[in-house]
Design a protein around this ligand. Structure first.
Ligand SMILES: [Zn+2]
Length: 673
C-alpha cells in the first residue's frame, strides 16, 4: 500500500512528506503502526535469551518507532492545521491508543524482564544515560501498579477511574459556575472607565443573549479588564465576589469534590507505596521532595511578603490622594488602582513599540542571537514541503557545518490552528548504533499577518513569546544522546521551562534590542530609554504577584500533604500568615483551582516559581560573564541543552552553574529586597 506515513520519510533530513499525506492515510497508518508496535513488544517479552539491558530496556525504548512517526505528524497537525475530519479521527483513535498503552504497561512478561534487569542494576556496567533509562523504565511500570497484587490492582483501577471522573466533574462545575453568572448593565454611565474594545465586547455578549445594553461575565477576556478599568468600585466588587466564590455552594458546589479528590489521591499514593501524593508526584521532578519545594517557596516568601505589603501600602496612598476612601486596599480595587498607576508611570504603548519589531527583522535577530551564542546557522529550504504555505522550513547547521535539525516555523493565525504559541517535534533525536535520526522541531505562534502595505509587526510580548518558544526549540535542536525519551525537551516538568524562560531575558536587554530593532518606516533605531522602561514595567508590583503565585503553591502543597475537614479550614491554615489584601469571608480559592484539581498541576504548581528561579540564576551567569559570551553559552549548551534528562537535572544544573539554584537570583532580578 502506498501510504507515505508508513513508507519511512525518504526526503532529505528525514522531512515528512506533508504534500503527499491525505486524510485517508491516518487511520490505516495508526492501526498498522500499533500492530507493528505490539509485535515488537511481544518479541521483547518472548525473547528466549536471558533479559539484559540491550535486549529488554533498550529494545523497549526503540519499540513502536512507526507509531511515533505517525503520531508525530498527526497530533501536531491536529493542533496547527486541523479539520473536523481530523478531530473525528482523533476521537475514533483515542480508545485504541489507550488500549495500546495499557497493553505495554500491563504486559506481565515484559515487566518481569525489565524487573530482572533492574534487580541486577548494581552489577551491570552502564553509562549514566543507560542507568537513567533503566530506572525510568522500571519506575514507569511500578507507578502504573505493576508490583501490586491482583486484588490491589483492581482497587487501584477503581480509584484511578473514580479520580478521573471526579476531576472531570470538578472541571465541569468550574466551567458551569463561571458561565452561570453575568453582570447586566443598562446605563451607559455604568461603563465609565472601560476602554472601547471592552464596551464592544459587553455589547456583543448582550446581543448574543438577545438583550439590550451590556453584559459582562466571568470569562478572562471580560473579567480581568473589567476589574482593571471599571471606575465603579461597587460593580468591581460584585464581579470580584462572584468570581472568587465560583463553585462554592450552590448548584455547582466543588467543596465536597475538593476533599474527595485530595482523599483519593492520598489513597492511590499509599497503595503504590508512597507516603503521600506529593511524594508520588515529586519523585519524577527535579525538586524530588516536598522539603526542597518548601525551602524554595519560603526563601522567596520571606522577603516578598513585606515587599508586597509595602507595594500595597504605596498604592493605597496613591489611591487615597485621588479620592479613594478605603482605609485598606480591597481586593476588587487593587487591579483598578494598579492599572491607573502603571499607565501613569510606565505607559508602554504597544502601538509605540510595534513599529520597531518587524517580524522579518525579529526572525533574523533571534536566529542571529543563536548564531552569536552557539555558532549555529539557519538555512532556508523552501523546496521541503510544509504542512501549510505559511510554514517555513530551515535546516539548522552547527558551526562545523554538520546537520543538527530541521526547524519548521509557522507564525500566522488561521482558523485551522488553535490559539497560543508552542514548540513541538515531528521527530525526536534517536541514535541506534551508527544510525542517527536528527530532530524535526517546530515552533507555532499566532502573530499578526502582514496587511496590504504593512509588514507583520510584533508587540514586545510577542517578541518575548518568540524567544520563549525558540528556547524550547534550541533544547530540541541541539540535543545529543541516543534515547529519545531522555533527550531534548523530555525532561522533568519543573526543569523544562529553563531554556525557554532563559531566552526571554534577551527581550529586556538594550544591547540586543538595539542591534536589530529599527522603525520599519523611518529606519530609526529603537530609543535607548525603552529598555529601562521595559524592565521597570516588568517589575511593577512584582512582589505582589510573586506572593500571589507562592500562595497558590502553598495551597497546592497543603491539599496534597495534610488531611482536611473542610475547604475553608484548610485554606485558612495554609494561607493565614501570608495575606497581602484583606481576607474576604465567603471567598475561596480551592473550589475553582482547576490547575490542581482537574488540570494536571497537582503538587506541581510550585514549578512556575521553581523554573523562574532556575532561569534567573542561570541568566545571572550570562550577566556576570557577558550576555553574548560564547564560553558561557557553550557551557549552557554542553551541560543543559545537549543533555536532555540523560542524568538527574539537578546534577546537570550544578555542572552549568557551579551551585544549587539560588532563589536570591530571582529576588534580585525582580528587584525585591
Ligand atoms: Zn514554555
Amino acid at each position: 500500500m502506498d501510504n507515505p506515513l508508513l513508507s519511512g520519510f525518504t526526503l532529505p533530513f528525514g522531512a515528512p512528506p506533508f504534500d503527499r499525506i491525505r486524510l485517508g492515510h491516518y487511520l490505516p497508518a495508526f492501526r498498522a503502526a500499533m500492530d507493528a508496535g505490539r509485535a515488537e513488544i511481544d518479541a521483547i517479552a518472548d525473547n528466549p535469551d536471558a533479559p539484559d539491558f540491550a535486549n529488554t530496556v533498550e529494545a523497549l525504548e526503540f519499540a513502536g518507532s512507526a507509531l511515533e512517526r505517525v503520531s508525530g505528524v498527526f497530533f501536531n497537525l491536529l493542533e496547527a492545521e486541523s479539520t473536523p475530519q481530523m478531530q473525528q479521527i482523533a476521537e475514533e483513535l483515542s480508545p485504541e491508543l489507550t488500549a495500546y498503552e495499557m497493553y505495554i504497561s500491563h504486559h506481565e512478561r515484559l515487566f518481569a524482564r525489565v524487573r530482572a534487569v533492574w534487580e541486577q542494576r548494581d552489577t551491570l556496567t552502564l553509562d549514566p544515560d543507560q542507568r537513567k533509562l533503566l530506572e525510568e523504565s522500571y519506575r514507569g511500570f511500578v507507578r502504573s501498579g505493576a508490583l501490586l497484587s491482583p486484588g490491589q490492582k483492581r482497587e487501584y483501577g477503581r480509584l484511578e477511574e473514580e479520580l478521573s471522573l471526579l476531576e472531570l466533574q470538578y472541571g465541569r462545575h468550574v466551567l458551569d459556575a463561571t458561565n452561570a453568572w453575568t453582570l447586566e448593565l443598562d446605563d451607559e454611565a455604568q461603563l465609565e472607565g472601560l476602554p472601547a474594545y471592552l464596551r464592544e465586547l459587553g455589547a456583543q455578549t448582550a446581543r448574543e443573549k438577545g438583550r439590550n445594553g451590556w453584559v459582562f461575565d466571568l470569562s478572562h477576556p471580560s473579567y480581568v479588564p473589567f476589574l482593571q478599568y471599571s471606575a465603579h468600585s461597587g460593580l468591581r466588587e460584585r464581579m470580584w465576589r462572584a468570581y472568587n466564590s465560583r463553585a462554592l455552594g450552590g448548584a455547582f458546589d466543588n467543596s465536597a469534590l475538593c476533599l474527595r479528590i485530595a482523599g483519593l489521591r492520598q489513597r492511590i499514593a499509599r497503595l503504590l507505596g508512597y507516603p503521600d501524593w506529593t511524594a508520588y508526584q515529586l519523585e519524577e521532578r527535579m525538586a524530588r521532595n516536598v522539603g526542597n519545594v518548601r525551602r524554595l517557596l519560603d526563601a522567596l516568601m520571606a522577603p516578598s511578603l513585606p515587599a508586597a505589603r509595602r507595594e500595597v501600602a504605596a498604592l493605597l496612598d496613591y489611591a487615597r490622594a485621588r479620592g479613594y476612601d478605603g482605609t485598606s486596599m480591597q481586593p476588587w480595587d487593587f487591579s483598578y488602582w494598579s492599572e491607573r498607576y502603571r499607565s501613569e508611570h510606565f505607559a508602554l504603548c504597544e502601538e509605540e513599540l510595534k513599529p520597531y519589531f518587524r517580524l522579518e527583522d525579529c526572525i533574523e535577530a533571534v536566529f542571529g542571537l543563536a548564531t552569536r551564542l552557539y555558532g549555529i546557522r539557519f538555512i532556508p529550504h523552501p523546496e521541503l514541503p510544509g504542512y501549510h504555505p505559511d510554514v517555513r522550513v530551515y535546516a539548522v547547521e552547527d558551526a562545523d557545518g554538520s546537520h543538527l535539525a530541521l526547524l519548521y516555523a509557522d507564525f500566522f493565525p488561521r482558523s485551522s490552528k488553535r490559539g497560543g504559541a508552542w514548540m513541538t517535534n515531528f521527530r525526536e533525536l534517536a541514535r541506534r548504533g551508527a544510525l542517527e535520526e536528527r530532530p524535526l522541531v517546530s515552533i507555532v505562534t499566532n502573530f499578526t499577518k502582514p496587511g496590504p502595505g504593512t509588514p507583520s509587526l510584533l508587540t514586545h510580548d510577542e517578541l518575548t513569546t518568540f524567544l520563549h518558544e525558540f528556547g524550547h526549540a534550541l533544547h530540541g535542536m541541539l540535543a545529543q544522546g541516543r534515547y529519545p525519551s531522555l533527550t531534548g525537551t523530555n525532561v522533568a516538568r519543573d526543569f523544562v521551562e529553563l531554556p525557554s524562560q532563559l531566552m526571554e531575558n534577551w527581550a529586556y536587554e538594550p544591547a540586543w534590542l538595539q542591534s536589530f530593532a529599527r522603525h520599519w518606516q523611518s529606519g530609526e533605531p529603537i530609543p535607548a530609554a525603552l529598555g529601562e522602561r521595559l524592565v521597570a514595567a516588568r517589575n511593577f508590583h512584582a512582589a505582589y504577584f510573586q506572593v500571589r503565585q507562592l500562595r497558590f503553591g502553598l495551597l497546592d502543597l497543603a491539599w496534597h500533604t495534610r488531611g482536611a475537614e473542610s475547604v475553608t479550614e484548610l485554606e485558612q491554615a495554609a494561607l493565614a500568615d501570608c495575606s497581602v489584601l484583606p481576607d474576604i469571608p465567603g471567598s475561596c480559592i480551592s473550589t475553582a483551582f482547576s490547575h490542581i484539581f482537574s488540570g494536571g498541576y497537582s503538587a506541581g504548581y510550585y514549578s512556575y516559581k521553581w523554573a523562574e528561579v532556575l532561569e534567573a540564576d542561570a541568566f545571572a551567569r550570562f550577566r556576570e560573564e557577558g550576555i553574548f559570551n560564547r564560553e558561557t553559552a557553550a557551557s549552557f549548551r554542553k551541560n543543559i541543552l545537549e543533555r536532555g534528562s540523560s542524568e538527574d537535572e539537578a546534577v546537570l544544573y550544578r555542572r552549568f552553574r557551579g551551585h544549587e539554584p539560588d532563589p536570591q537570583a530571582l529576588l534580585r532580578k525582580l528587584e525585591i529586597c
